[in-house]
Design a binder for this molecule. Structure first.
Ligand SMILES: Cc1ncc(COP(=O)(O)O)c(C=O)c1O
Length: 354
């Protein structure tokens, strides 16, 4: 019986259009290098997010690595990141000879501004985690005219700040297209920039066979690793891109509704009225001093102590209880279930908390 229900769920989600597209492309073996549809995907992304240039990659991590290389920062550059930064992003930064610092995020998902030490940074890597916009205004006095900004928008697709998509507030923004991201190709990544030089640098470094690569006539002509996307991933992600706005609008409303419910239950969480939320990934965050164990609950699984990784804290605040008490309600479960059922299950796991 359960198998039959699962089968109907799969059939319900079946998308004939993408099935036919993939079928034809595979039949024609048109899935290597840069078929026109990869260009088409990048153009659609540029249009949707109002970016001059977009370039696809094999992963979000690869897109970030390429962004760093293109910025050509000096050795010992001072790099500032958030305590909520994805581990592979941190690992890439550690491969460069940078001095890395981090700021803490508080329970409202805002930057902790006490005791920030007073120095200028060469690069800010700004993550908007789990769909929450983090306002970086309080960091402005630590960012000089030449400070570069990279935004990790892997969880914050479609975030609009002052009528502009948030990806515009950076020299380069990137998104992972992996797994259950709001726009997913299974695996993949993409960068957005308005700077043509950075865009061309990234092509010359990582995209052999790209029509704008200056070494196009040399086989495999690149200056660094090959990091282009598998074309079939771009077809899958394009399909998600088409339905993104509609899905995202509904999900934002559902998540606000869940946070309203958590307010009624006096649960601490980072959402406040009029807070910009969008995109999402993994789960929706809340805090509990009591231990919660339930199938639909996930615990934070990124690095929780960046000081251990030789990354210096710029605030004196201790974040241990933040991570200990941080829980997530599984986003994929939220997407699949009705709000009434979600509220019932929330009530149950809160009652069971000890
Ligand atoms: C916020 C964030 N940044 C970067 C990445 C890395 O992307 P990828 O796994 O595509 O390399 C992820 C992956 O889940 C992520 O969640």
């Amino acid at each position: 019986m359960l198998k039959l229900i699962n089968f109907f769920k799969i059939i319900k989600g079946f998308n004939l259009r993408i099935f036919l597209k993939l079928f034809i492309v595979i039949l024609k073996k048109d899935y290597s290098k840069y078929p026109d549809y990869v260009d088409g995907f990048e153009n659609s992304l540029c249009k949707k997010f109002n970016s001059e240039f977009c370039l696809s990659f094999s992963s979000g991590t690869a897109a970030f690595y390429s962004s760093l290389l293109a910025l050509n920062l000096k050795k010992k550059s001072k790099v500032l990141i958030s305590s909520l930064t994805f581990p592979s992003v941190i690992e890439i930064l550690k491969k460069f000879d940078f001095d890395i610092y981090f700021f803490n995020i508080d329970r409202n998902f805002e930057i902790v501004d006490e005791n920030i030490n007073d120095q200028e940074y060469d690069l800010l890597v700004m993550t908007h985690p789990f769909g929450f916009y983090i306002n970086s205004k309080i960091l402005d006095s630590y960012l000089g005219q030449n400070t570069k900004i990279i935004i990790d928008a892997s969880h914050s697709q479609g975030m609009i700040i002052d009528k502009e998509d948030h990806i515009k507030f950076a020299d380069i923004s990137f998104m992972s297209l992996q797994g259950n991201k709001a726009i997913s190709g299974g695996e993949g990544g993409v960068i957005f920039t308005d700077n043509q030089n950075l865009y061309l640098n990234m092509i010359n470094n990582h995209h052999p066979g790209h029509k704008k690569n200056q070494n196009l006539e040399i086989a495999g002509g690149i200056k660094d690793l090959k990091l282009r996307i598998h074309p079939l991933a771009s077809l899958l992600a394009l399909e998600d891109l088409k339905s993104f706005e509609n899905r995202n609008g509904k999900l934002i409303e559902k998540i606000k509704n869940i946070y309203d419910h958590l307010d009624k239950k006096k649960v601490q969480h980072p959402y406040q009225k009029n807070r910009v939320i969008s995109g999402f990934h993994f789960g929706i965050p809340f805090f509990s001093s009591k231990e919660i164990v339930a199938d639909v609950i996930k615990k934070y699984n990124w690095y929780t102590n960046l000081s251990d990784l030789n990354i210096k804290s710029i605030s004196s605040n201790d974040n241990k209880s933040f991570f200990k008490e941080l829980y997530f309600i599984d986003l994929e479960w939220i997407k699949k279930n009705k709000i009434s059922k979600i509220k019932n299950i929330i009530d149950k796991f809160l009652e069971d908390a000890h």
